[in-house]
Design a protein around this ligand. Structure first.
Ligand code: FAD
Ligand code: ZN
Length: 467
Protein backbone atom coordinates (compact mmCIF):
# COMPACT_ATOMS: atom_id res chain seq x y z
CA UNK A 1 0.00 0.00 0.00
CA UNK A 2 1.31 3.45 -0.79
CA UNK A 3 1.25 6.31 1.74
CA UNK A 4 -2.12 7.80 0.78
CA UNK A 5 -3.73 4.35 0.78
CA UNK A 6 -2.42 3.80 4.28
CA UNK A 7 -3.87 7.16 5.33
CA UNK A 8 -7.21 6.18 3.78
CA UNK A 9 -7.07 3.04 5.88
CA UNK A 10 -6.93 5.25 8.99
CA UNK A 11 -9.44 8.02 8.23
CA UNK A 12 -11.43 6.68 5.25
CA UNK A 13 -10.75 7.55 1.60
CA UNK A 14 -13.16 10.52 1.75
CA UNK A 15 -10.86 12.16 4.32
CA UNK A 16 -7.72 12.02 2.20
CA UNK A 17 -7.78 14.80 -0.40
CA UNK A 18 -5.40 14.51 -3.35
CA UNK A 19 -6.68 16.27 -6.50
CA UNK A 20 -5.38 19.75 -7.37
CA UNK A 21 -8.83 21.33 -6.97
CA UNK A 22 -9.42 19.74 -3.58
CA UNK A 23 -5.96 20.77 -2.33
CA UNK A 24 -5.97 24.35 -3.61
CA UNK A 25 -7.57 26.14 -0.59
CA UNK A 26 -5.11 24.43 1.78
CA UNK A 27 -2.03 25.47 -0.18
CA UNK A 28 -2.34 29.25 -0.13
CA UNK A 29 -2.56 31.53 2.89
CA UNK A 30 -5.23 34.13 3.70
CA UNK A 31 -3.12 37.02 2.39
CA UNK A 32 -2.15 35.17 -0.79
CA UNK A 33 1.56 35.59 -0.01
CA UNK A 34 2.57 31.98 0.56
CA UNK A 35 1.94 29.02 -1.71
CA UNK A 36 3.10 25.49 -1.03
CA UNK A 37 2.65 21.94 -2.24
CA UNK A 38 1.68 18.77 -0.39
CA UNK A 39 1.21 15.05 -1.03
CA UNK A 40 -2.33 15.29 0.30
CA UNK A 41 -4.58 16.69 3.00
CA UNK A 42 -5.85 14.32 5.64
CA UNK A 43 -8.72 15.03 8.02
CA UNK A 44 -8.68 13.00 11.24
CA UNK A 45 -11.97 12.65 13.10
CA UNK A 46 -10.53 11.91 16.56
CA UNK A 47 -7.37 12.22 18.63
CA UNK A 48 -6.83 8.48 18.14
CA UNK A 49 -6.97 8.88 14.33
CA UNK A 50 -4.64 11.90 14.51
CA UNK A 51 -2.19 9.83 16.60
CA UNK A 52 -2.28 6.94 14.11
CA UNK A 53 -1.59 9.36 11.25
CA UNK A 54 1.35 10.86 13.15
CA UNK A 55 2.76 7.40 13.89
CA UNK A 56 2.56 6.55 10.18
CA UNK A 57 4.33 9.82 9.27
CA UNK A 58 7.00 9.29 11.96
CA UNK A 59 7.62 5.74 10.69
CA UNK A 60 7.89 6.80 7.05
CA UNK A 61 9.68 10.12 7.65
CA UNK A 62 6.91 12.27 6.19
CA UNK A 63 6.72 15.91 7.35
CA UNK A 64 3.41 17.08 8.85
CA UNK A 65 1.78 20.51 8.65
CA UNK A 66 -1.14 20.98 11.06
CA UNK A 67 -3.76 23.35 9.73
CA UNK A 68 -6.85 24.94 11.27
CA UNK A 69 -8.85 27.72 9.63
CA UNK A 70 -5.82 28.86 7.56
CA UNK A 71 -6.12 32.51 8.61
CA UNK A 72 -2.47 32.90 9.68
CA UNK A 73 -0.87 36.18 8.68
CA UNK A 74 2.63 34.74 8.40
CA UNK A 75 2.29 31.58 6.32
CA UNK A 76 2.48 29.37 9.42
CA UNK A 77 0.07 26.70 8.17
CA UNK A 78 1.27 26.47 4.54
CA UNK A 79 3.70 23.67 3.58
CA UNK A 80 6.95 24.30 1.72
CA UNK A 81 7.24 23.81 -2.03
CA UNK A 82 8.80 20.35 -1.93
CA UNK A 83 5.41 18.62 -2.07
CA UNK A 84 6.66 16.03 0.43
CA UNK A 85 4.53 17.03 3.43
CA UNK A 86 1.06 16.01 4.45
CA UNK A 87 -1.38 18.64 5.70
CA UNK A 88 -3.29 17.49 8.77
CA UNK A 89 -6.50 19.52 8.79
CA UNK A 90 -8.34 19.46 12.11
CA UNK A 91 -11.75 20.76 10.97
CA UNK A 92 -13.62 17.48 11.52
CA UNK A 93 -12.63 17.43 15.18
CA UNK A 94 -15.15 20.06 16.19
CA UNK A 95 -17.03 18.64 19.18
CA UNK A 96 -17.67 20.55 22.38
CA UNK A 97 -16.91 17.68 24.73
CA UNK A 98 -18.18 19.20 27.99
CA UNK A 99 -19.20 22.41 29.75
CA UNK A 100 -18.88 22.75 33.51
CA UNK A 101 -20.62 25.98 34.56
CA UNK A 102 -19.57 25.58 38.21
CA UNK A 103 -15.89 25.13 37.37
CA UNK A 104 -16.40 27.75 34.63
CA UNK A 105 -14.72 25.57 32.02
CA UNK A 106 -15.41 24.19 28.57
CA UNK A 107 -13.64 21.28 26.85
CA UNK A 108 -13.53 21.63 23.08
CA UNK A 109 -11.77 19.89 20.21
CA UNK A 110 -9.14 21.69 18.19
CA UNK A 111 -11.23 21.98 15.01
CA UNK A 112 -14.00 24.02 16.69
CA UNK A 113 -14.55 27.32 14.91
CA UNK A 114 -13.94 30.12 17.43
CA UNK A 115 -17.37 31.65 16.86
CA UNK A 116 -19.09 28.29 17.49
CA UNK A 117 -17.16 27.98 20.71
CA UNK A 118 -18.22 31.44 21.84
CA UNK A 119 -21.84 30.58 21.02
CA UNK A 120 -21.65 27.31 22.98
CA UNK A 121 -20.36 29.22 26.02
CA UNK A 122 -23.09 31.80 25.59
CA UNK A 123 -25.80 29.10 25.46
CA UNK A 124 -24.55 27.94 28.85
CA UNK A 125 -24.85 31.51 30.17
CA UNK A 126 -21.09 32.05 30.09
CA UNK A 127 -18.56 34.09 28.14
CA UNK A 128 -15.55 32.75 26.27
CA UNK A 129 -13.81 36.08 25.71
CA UNK A 130 -11.32 35.32 22.91
CA UNK A 131 -12.63 37.37 20.00
CA UNK A 132 -11.02 38.36 16.70
CA UNK A 133 -12.13 39.46 13.27
CA UNK A 134 -11.36 35.98 11.85
CA UNK A 135 -13.54 34.19 14.44
CA UNK A 136 -16.00 32.94 11.81
CA UNK A 137 -13.31 30.73 10.27
CA UNK A 138 -10.30 30.37 12.59
CA UNK A 139 -10.21 27.28 14.81
CA UNK A 140 -9.34 26.67 18.43
CA UNK A 141 -6.21 24.66 17.52
CA UNK A 142 -4.95 27.58 15.42
CA UNK A 143 -5.88 30.10 18.12
CA UNK A 144 -3.88 28.18 20.72
CA UNK A 145 -0.97 27.42 18.40
CA UNK A 146 -0.58 31.13 17.64
CA UNK A 147 -1.47 32.24 21.19
CA UNK A 148 -4.08 34.49 19.61
CA UNK A 149 -4.90 37.83 21.21
CA UNK A 150 -7.69 39.98 19.82
CA UNK A 151 -9.66 42.82 21.31
CA UNK A 152 -10.30 41.64 24.89
CA UNK A 153 -6.78 40.75 26.04
CA UNK A 154 -6.79 43.91 28.16
CA UNK A 155 -9.29 42.37 30.57
CA UNK A 156 -9.22 38.61 29.96
CA UNK A 157 -5.73 37.86 28.64
CA UNK A 158 -4.67 36.02 25.47
CA UNK A 159 -5.16 32.36 24.47
CA UNK A 160 -2.38 31.32 26.86
CA UNK A 161 -4.19 32.91 29.80
CA UNK A 162 -7.49 31.29 28.82
CA UNK A 163 -6.24 27.69 28.70
CA UNK A 164 -6.23 25.38 31.71
CA UNK A 165 -5.52 22.04 30.05
CA UNK A 166 -4.53 20.49 26.76
CA UNK A 167 -4.62 17.24 24.82
CA UNK A 168 -1.95 16.86 22.14
CA UNK A 169 -0.43 14.28 19.85
CA UNK A 170 3.35 14.32 20.17
CA UNK A 171 5.59 14.01 17.08
CA UNK A 172 6.10 10.29 17.79
CA UNK A 173 2.35 9.66 17.80
CA UNK A 174 1.81 9.35 21.54
CA UNK A 175 -1.27 11.13 22.94
CA UNK A 176 -0.67 13.40 25.94
CA UNK A 177 -3.86 13.79 27.96
CA UNK A 178 -3.40 16.99 29.92
CA UNK A 179 -7.09 17.94 29.95
CA UNK A 180 -7.08 19.16 33.55
CA UNK A 181 -9.49 21.93 34.52
CA UNK A 182 -7.40 23.19 37.42
CA UNK A 183 -6.79 26.80 38.31
CA UNK A 184 -3.89 25.85 40.54
CA UNK A 185 -1.43 23.09 39.66
CA UNK A 186 2.22 23.41 40.59
CA UNK A 187 3.43 19.95 39.65
CA UNK A 188 6.56 20.90 37.77
CA UNK A 189 6.90 22.34 34.26
CA UNK A 190 3.70 23.73 32.77
CA UNK A 191 3.85 21.59 29.62
CA UNK A 192 0.72 22.97 27.98
CA UNK A 193 2.45 26.33 27.57
CA UNK A 194 5.03 24.66 25.29
CA UNK A 195 2.37 23.83 22.72
CA UNK A 196 0.57 27.17 23.01
CA UNK A 197 2.24 29.57 20.58
CA UNK A 198 4.39 26.77 19.09
CA UNK A 199 2.72 27.14 15.67
CA UNK A 200 2.41 23.39 15.23
CA UNK A 201 6.16 22.76 15.53
CA UNK A 202 5.99 20.58 18.66
CA UNK A 203 2.88 18.45 18.10
CA UNK A 204 -0.79 18.55 17.21
CA UNK A 205 -3.24 20.05 19.69
CA UNK A 206 -6.42 17.95 19.63
CA UNK A 207 -8.48 19.44 22.49
CA UNK A 208 -8.30 21.97 25.33
CA UNK A 209 -9.91 22.95 28.62
CA UNK A 210 -10.79 26.63 28.41
CA UNK A 211 -11.74 29.20 31.03
CA UNK A 212 -15.24 30.66 30.96
CA UNK A 213 -16.42 33.89 32.58
CA UNK A 214 -19.72 35.44 33.66
CA UNK A 215 -21.42 37.30 30.83
CA UNK A 216 -21.30 41.08 31.23
CA UNK A 217 -24.83 42.39 31.86
CA UNK A 218 -24.17 46.05 31.15
CA UNK A 219 -21.98 47.07 28.24
CA UNK A 220 -21.11 50.54 27.01
CA UNK A 221 -19.24 51.18 23.79
CA UNK A 222 -17.86 54.58 22.82
CA UNK A 223 -15.91 56.03 19.89
CA UNK A 224 -13.64 58.92 20.85
CA UNK A 225 -11.68 61.45 18.81
CA UNK A 226 -8.21 62.32 20.11
CA UNK A 227 -5.47 64.57 18.78
CA UNK A 228 -2.47 62.28 19.10
CA UNK A 229 -1.25 58.86 20.28
CA UNK A 230 0.05 60.56 23.43
CA UNK A 231 -3.43 61.98 24.15
CA UNK A 232 -4.85 58.48 23.56
CA UNK A 233 -2.35 57.05 26.02
CA UNK A 234 -3.13 59.71 28.64
CA UNK A 235 -6.83 59.03 28.18
CA UNK A 236 -6.26 55.28 28.53
CA UNK A 237 -4.47 55.94 31.84
CA UNK A 238 -7.44 57.98 33.12
CA UNK A 239 -9.93 55.31 31.95
CA UNK A 240 -8.00 52.63 33.80
CA UNK A 241 -7.78 54.76 36.92
CA UNK A 242 -11.51 55.49 36.90
CA UNK A 243 -13.04 52.22 35.69
CA UNK A 244 -10.41 49.63 36.64
CA UNK A 245 -11.30 46.13 35.43
CA UNK A 246 -14.57 47.33 33.86
CA UNK A 247 -12.53 48.62 30.91
CA UNK A 248 -12.65 45.58 28.60
CA UNK A 249 -11.27 47.05 25.36
CA UNK A 250 -9.24 50.08 24.30
CA UNK A 251 -8.45 50.15 20.59
CA UNK A 252 -6.52 52.82 18.73
CA UNK A 253 -7.41 53.68 15.12
CA UNK A 254 -5.59 56.22 12.96
CA UNK A 255 -7.47 58.44 10.50
CA UNK A 256 -5.70 56.63 7.64
CA UNK A 257 -6.92 53.23 8.88
CA UNK A 258 -10.47 54.52 9.31
CA UNK A 259 -10.29 56.11 5.84
CA UNK A 260 -9.60 52.70 4.25
CA UNK A 261 -12.70 51.24 5.92
CA UNK A 262 -14.88 54.17 4.84
CA UNK A 263 -13.63 53.75 1.26
CA UNK A 264 -13.95 49.98 0.94
CA UNK A 265 -16.45 48.59 3.40
CA UNK A 266 -20.05 48.68 2.29
CA UNK A 267 -22.31 50.49 4.76
CA UNK A 268 -19.46 52.02 6.82
CA UNK A 269 -20.19 55.59 7.94
CA UNK A 270 -17.83 58.14 9.53
CA UNK A 271 -18.42 58.34 13.28
CA UNK A 272 -18.04 62.14 13.38
CA UNK A 273 -18.71 64.97 10.94
CA UNK A 274 -15.32 66.53 11.77
CA UNK A 275 -12.14 64.67 10.85
CA UNK A 276 -9.79 63.62 13.62
CA UNK A 277 -6.22 62.31 13.26
CA UNK A 278 -6.71 59.56 15.84
CA UNK A 279 -9.57 57.61 17.39
CA UNK A 280 -10.16 55.32 20.34
CA UNK A 281 -12.80 52.62 20.52
CA UNK A 282 -13.50 51.73 24.12
CA UNK A 283 -15.77 49.20 25.79
CA UNK A 284 -16.81 48.94 29.43
CA UNK A 285 -18.48 45.84 30.82
CA UNK A 286 -20.09 45.12 34.15
CA UNK A 287 -21.45 41.80 35.40
CA UNK A 288 -23.61 43.52 38.01
CA UNK A 289 -25.78 45.15 35.34
CA UNK A 290 -25.34 48.61 36.86
CA UNK A 291 -27.25 51.23 34.87
CA UNK A 292 -24.82 53.74 36.31
CA UNK A 293 -21.98 52.54 34.05
CA UNK A 294 -23.27 54.61 31.17
CA UNK A 295 -23.81 57.79 33.20
CA UNK A 296 -20.41 57.33 34.86
CA UNK A 297 -18.81 57.18 31.42
CA UNK A 298 -20.76 60.25 30.28
CA UNK A 299 -19.51 62.20 33.32
CA UNK A 300 -15.97 60.98 32.73
CA UNK A 301 -15.97 61.95 29.05
CA UNK A 302 -17.34 65.40 29.90
CA UNK A 303 -14.39 65.96 32.23
CA UNK A 304 -11.92 64.69 29.63
CA UNK A 305 -13.40 67.07 27.03
CA UNK A 306 -12.85 69.95 29.46
CA UNK A 307 -9.25 68.85 29.93
CA UNK A 308 -8.87 68.62 26.12
CA UNK A 309 -7.79 64.97 26.33
CA UNK A 310 -10.43 64.25 23.72
CA UNK A 311 -12.12 66.36 21.09
CA UNK A 312 -15.33 64.44 20.39
CA UNK A 313 -17.19 61.37 21.62
CA UNK A 314 -20.08 59.10 20.69
CA UNK A 315 -21.65 56.66 23.11
CA UNK A 316 -23.44 53.83 21.31
CA UNK A 317 -27.14 54.07 22.06
CA UNK A 318 -27.63 50.30 21.84
CA UNK A 319 -26.31 46.99 20.57
CA UNK A 320 -26.78 47.82 16.89
CA UNK A 321 -24.81 51.07 17.05
CA UNK A 322 -22.12 49.37 19.15
CA UNK A 323 -21.88 46.66 16.50
CA UNK A 324 -21.47 49.29 13.78
CA UNK A 325 -18.70 51.05 15.73
CA UNK A 326 -16.92 47.75 16.27
CA UNK A 327 -17.23 46.99 12.54
CA UNK A 328 -15.25 50.17 11.79
CA UNK A 329 -12.38 48.70 13.81
CA UNK A 330 -12.69 45.06 12.79
CA UNK A 331 -12.83 45.55 9.02
CA UNK A 332 -9.55 47.51 8.80
CA UNK A 333 -7.64 44.33 7.83
CA UNK A 334 -10.10 43.44 5.07
CA UNK A 335 -10.19 47.02 3.76
CA UNK A 336 -6.42 47.09 3.62
CA UNK A 337 -6.33 43.76 1.79
CA UNK A 338 -8.51 45.27 -0.96
CA UNK A 339 -5.95 48.08 -1.37
CA UNK A 340 -3.24 45.55 -2.24
CA UNK A 341 0.10 44.60 -0.75
CA UNK A 342 1.33 46.03 2.54
CA UNK A 343 4.28 45.30 4.81
CA UNK A 344 2.57 44.22 8.02
CA UNK A 345 3.83 44.30 11.57
CA UNK A 346 2.10 43.24 14.78
CA UNK A 347 4.57 44.65 17.26
CA UNK A 348 4.32 45.32 20.97
CA UNK A 349 6.15 47.73 23.25
CA UNK A 350 5.54 48.60 26.89
CA UNK A 351 2.18 50.43 26.96
CA UNK A 352 3.93 53.54 28.27
CA UNK A 353 6.04 53.73 25.08
CA UNK A 354 3.38 53.30 22.36
CA UNK A 355 3.26 57.01 21.48
CA UNK A 356 7.06 57.20 21.40
CA UNK A 357 7.16 54.20 19.05
CA UNK A 358 4.66 55.77 16.64
CA UNK A 359 6.49 59.10 16.64
CA UNK A 360 9.91 57.60 16.01
CA UNK A 361 8.82 54.95 13.49
CA UNK A 362 6.62 57.39 11.52
CA UNK A 363 9.49 59.89 11.25
CA UNK A 364 12.10 57.29 10.26
CA UNK A 365 9.86 55.70 7.62
CA UNK A 366 8.77 59.01 6.12
CA UNK A 367 12.43 59.95 5.81
CA UNK A 368 13.41 56.65 4.17
CA UNK A 369 10.30 56.30 1.98
CA UNK A 370 8.77 59.73 1.35
CA UNK A 371 5.00 59.46 0.83
CA UNK A 372 4.76 56.04 2.50
CA UNK A 373 1.27 55.25 3.78
CA UNK A 374 1.27 54.25 7.44
CA UNK A 375 -1.78 52.34 8.64
CA UNK A 376 -1.53 52.16 12.43
CA UNK A 377 -4.21 50.65 14.62
CA UNK A 378 -4.59 48.09 17.34
CA UNK A 379 -4.74 47.18 20.95
CA UNK A 380 -3.45 50.28 22.73
CA UNK A 381 -4.28 48.83 26.12
CA UNK A 382 -1.92 45.89 25.44
CA UNK A 383 0.86 47.97 23.92
CA UNK A 384 0.23 46.03 20.69
CA UNK A 385 -0.02 47.83 17.36
CA UNK A 386 -0.73 46.70 13.85
CA UNK A 387 1.63 48.91 11.93
CA UNK A 388 1.29 48.35 8.21
CA UNK A 389 3.13 50.17 5.46
CA UNK A 390 2.25 50.54 1.80
CA UNK A 391 2.36 52.96 -1.08
CA UNK A 392 -0.90 54.74 -1.83
CA UNK A 393 -1.39 53.34 -5.37
CA UNK A 394 -1.94 49.61 -5.93
CA UNK A 395 0.76 49.43 -8.64
CA UNK A 396 3.31 51.27 -6.49
CA UNK A 397 2.37 49.03 -3.56
CA UNK A 398 3.26 45.87 -5.48
CA UNK A 399 6.77 47.28 -6.08
CA UNK A 400 7.02 48.15 -2.40
CA UNK A 401 7.37 44.43 -1.56
CA UNK A 402 11.08 44.79 -2.41
CA UNK A 403 11.44 47.37 0.34
CA UNK A 404 10.23 44.93 2.98
CA UNK A 405 13.68 44.13 4.47
CA UNK A 406 14.52 47.82 4.86
CA UNK A 407 11.10 48.63 6.29
CA UNK A 408 11.39 45.78 8.77
CA UNK A 409 14.82 46.90 9.89
CA UNK A 410 13.60 50.42 10.67
CA UNK A 411 10.49 49.22 12.51
CA UNK A 412 12.03 46.31 14.40
CA UNK A 413 15.18 48.20 15.45
CA UNK A 414 12.98 50.83 17.11
CA UNK A 415 10.82 48.10 18.68
CA UNK A 416 13.96 46.45 20.00
CA UNK A 417 15.35 49.68 21.43
CA UNK A 418 12.05 50.24 23.25
CA UNK A 419 12.15 46.75 24.80
CA UNK A 420 9.36 45.43 22.57
CA UNK A 421 8.51 42.31 20.57
CA UNK A 422 8.52 41.77 16.79
CA UNK A 423 5.37 39.67 17.09
CA UNK A 424 2.67 40.32 19.66
CA UNK A 425 -0.11 38.34 17.98
CA UNK A 426 0.43 36.71 14.62
CA UNK A 427 3.50 34.64 15.41
CA UNK A 428 6.62 33.86 13.39
CA UNK A 429 5.56 31.32 10.73
CA UNK A 430 7.68 31.60 7.58
CA UNK A 431 7.57 35.37 7.52
CA UNK A 432 9.65 36.30 10.56
CA UNK A 433 12.07 33.39 11.01
CA UNK A 434 15.13 35.44 10.15
CA UNK A 435 13.91 38.31 12.30
CA UNK A 436 13.48 35.95 15.25
CA UNK A 437 17.10 34.87 14.93
CA UNK A 438 18.17 38.48 14.74
CA UNK A 439 16.29 39.81 17.75
CA UNK A 440 16.23 36.88 20.21
CA UNK A 441 19.35 36.39 22.27
CA UNK A 442 21.52 33.34 21.45
CA UNK A 443 20.60 31.80 24.79
CA UNK A 444 16.87 32.07 24.00
CA UNK A 445 17.36 30.49 20.58
CA UNK A 446 19.45 27.72 22.17
CA UNK A 447 16.69 26.94 24.69
CA UNK A 448 14.04 26.97 21.96
CA UNK A 449 16.11 24.61 19.79
CA UNK A 450 16.68 22.29 22.74
CA UNK A 451 12.92 22.02 23.29
CA UNK A 452 12.29 21.43 19.58
CA UNK A 453 14.97 18.72 19.41
CA UNK A 454 13.71 17.03 22.56
CA UNK A 455 10.14 16.70 21.30
CA UNK A 456 10.67 16.47 17.53
CA UNK A 457 14.22 15.14 16.99
CA UNK A 458 13.59 14.32 13.31
CA UNK A 459 12.13 17.77 12.54
CA UNK A 460 8.93 16.38 11.03
CA UNK A 461 6.46 18.78 12.71
CA UNK A 462 5.75 21.84 10.55
CA UNK A 463 9.31 22.19 9.22
CA UNK A 464 10.51 25.62 8.14
CA UNK A 465 8.35 27.47 10.66
CA UNK A 466 9.45 29.48 13.71
CA UNK A 467 13.02 28.16 14.05
P1 FAD B 1 -4.04 28.40 10.94
O1 FAD B 1 -3.78 29.60 10.12
O2 FAD B 1 -4.66 27.24 10.26
O3 FAD B 1 -2.70 27.90 11.63
C1 FAD B 1 -1.91 28.79 12.37
C2 FAD B 1 -0.73 28.01 12.98
O4 FAD B 1 -1.20 27.09 13.95
C3 FAD B 1 0.05 27.17 11.98
O5 FAD B 1 1.40 27.13 12.38
C4 FAD B 1 -0.54 25.78 12.11
O6 FAD B 1 0.39 24.78 11.75
C5 FAD B 1 -0.85 25.75 13.58
N1 FAD B 1 -2.00 24.92 13.94
C6 FAD B 1 -3.29 25.04 13.55
N2 FAD B 1 -4.05 24.12 14.16
C7 FAD B 1 -3.22 23.39 14.95
C8 FAD B 1 -3.40 22.30 15.84
N3 FAD B 1 -4.60 21.77 16.06
N4 FAD B 1 -2.31 21.80 16.49
C9 FAD B 1 -1.09 22.33 16.29
N5 FAD B 1 -0.86 23.36 15.46
C10 FAD B 1 -1.92 23.89 14.81
N6 FAD B 1 -4.71 37.01 15.39
C11 FAD B 1 -4.71 37.52 16.63
O7 FAD B 1 -3.99 37.04 17.50
N7 FAD B 1 -5.49 38.60 16.96
C12 FAD B 1 -6.32 39.18 16.07
O8 FAD B 1 -7.01 40.12 16.40
C13 FAD B 1 -6.37 38.63 14.75
N8 FAD B 1 -7.19 39.15 13.84
C14 FAD B 1 -7.25 38.58 12.60
C15 FAD B 1 -8.14 39.10 11.67
C16 FAD B 1 -8.24 38.55 10.39
C17 FAD B 1 -9.22 39.12 9.41
C18 FAD B 1 -7.42 37.44 10.04
C19 FAD B 1 -7.51 36.82 8.69
C20 FAD B 1 -6.53 36.94 10.96
C21 FAD B 1 -6.42 37.50 12.23
N9 FAD B 1 -5.53 37.01 13.18
C22 FAD B 1 -5.51 37.53 14.45
C23 FAD B 1 -4.60 35.94 12.81
C24 FAD B 1 -5.26 34.54 12.88
O9 FAD B 1 -6.60 34.57 12.71
C25 FAD B 1 -5.04 33.93 14.21
O10 FAD B 1 -3.68 33.71 14.33
C26 FAD B 1 -5.77 32.58 14.39
O11 FAD B 1 -5.67 32.27 15.74
C27 FAD B 1 -5.26 31.44 13.54
O12 FAD B 1 -6.18 30.36 13.61
P2 FAD B 1 -6.36 29.34 12.38
O13 FAD B 1 -7.27 28.25 12.82
O14 FAD B 1 -6.76 30.06 11.16
O15 FAD B 1 -4.89 28.78 12.26
ZN1 ZN C 1 -4.80 42.43 16.55
Amino acid sequence: MNFTEQLAGIVGAENVLTGADALRPYLVDWRGRYRGRARCVTRPGSAAEAATIVRLCARTGVAMVPQGGNTSHCGAGIPDESGDSVIISLGRMNAIRAIDPVNNTLIAEAGCILQTLREAASSAGRLFPLSLAAEGSCQLGGNLSTNAGGVHVLHYGNARDLTLGLEAVLPDGEIWDGLRGLRKDNTGYDLKQLFIGAEGTLGIITAAVLKLFPQPRAMVTAWLAVESPQAALDLFGCLRETFGGALTACELVSAVALGLVLTHVHGAHPPFTRNSPWHLLIELGDTEGRNSLRSALEDFLGKMLEKSLLTDAILASGGEQARRLWALRETIGEAQKIEGFSVKHDISVPVSRVAEFIKRADAALEKAFPGVRIVAFGHLGDGNLHYNLSKPGASESTGFIEAQPRVNRIVYDIVDELGGSISAEHGIGQLKRDELLRYKSPVEIRMMRAIKNALDPHGLMNPGKVL
